[in-house]
Ligand binder design. Structure first.
Ligand code: TMP
Length: 207
């Protein structure tokens, strides 16, 4: 049996980790086998690539290098973690995937939506998520939520203009992939957002 591939997307501070963790707990309680993972990272090689990408010391990193590293990490994560779980019939809940690259590198870094789509096409071999949950929040509110985090990675340190462009990028993602993506209002309280997400996933499971 083929599993279910679900990704969570949204700007920094939209609550992806908090909500995905709650959703996973609830799905497990209901008896489903679930793999909770994230990009970039999730497995050793991809975590190593993550450290290179996000190290604040790597100020010289070129935008295209960054985009290729995200795609490389994505490929390895698919092969080592996502494909085996899907082939075992499990539900994969992944924080961030292709759409993050389209928004952050395509728009944030201004490398072009279609250019980023094409380098990622090579990496993902046609593996699109069955459903993507987009946690919608104003990007400035999102940044406000995470402003007290002690560690700021290289992308957290980007300008507000960069984050505005990322947000525009996500709007383009929502237009292009409207069938795949479900928008959830992430400004609500955690219980409401969790239950909205669960409704989407249970709808998918129950067909
Ligand atoms: P995280 O903070 O959600 O773990 O993600 C790390 C950073 O990486 C975050 O600022 C978004 C960024 N990112 C990209 O720029 N492109 C990508 O393809 C992915 C997966 C993440």
């Amino acid at each position: 049996m083929k599993g279910l591939f679900i990704t969570f997307e949204g700007p920094d501070g939209s609550g992806k980790t908090t909500i995905a963790t709650r959703v996973v707990e609830e799905l497990k309680k209901r008896g489903f086998e679930v793999v909770h993972t994230r990009e970039p990272g999730g497995i050793d090689i991809a975590e190593q690539i993550r450290n290179v990408i996000l190290d604040p010391k790597n100020t010289r990193m070129d935008g295209k290098t960054e985009a290729l590293l995200y795609a490389a990490s994505r490929r390895q994560h698919l092969v080592e973690r996502v494909y085996p779980a899907l082939n075992n019939g499990q539900i994969v809940i992944c924080e961030r995937f292709l759409d993050s690259s389209l928004a952050y590198q395509g728009y944030g870094r201004q490398l072009g939506f279609d250019e980023i789509l094409s380098i990622n096409a090579f990496a993902i071999d046609g593996t699109y998520p069955d459903k993507t949950i987009y946690l919608a929040i104003d990007e400035e509110k999102g940044l406000e939520r995470i402003k007290d985090r002690s560690f700021k990675d290289r992308l957290d340190k980007e300008s507000i203009d960069f984050h505005h462009r990322v947000s525009e990028g996500y709007q383009e993602v929502l237009r292009r992939f409207s069938d795949r993506i479900c928008i959830i209002d992430a400004s609500n309280d955690i219980e409401t957002v969790t239950s909205d997400c669960l409704n989407v996933i249970m709808g998918l499971i129950n067909g």
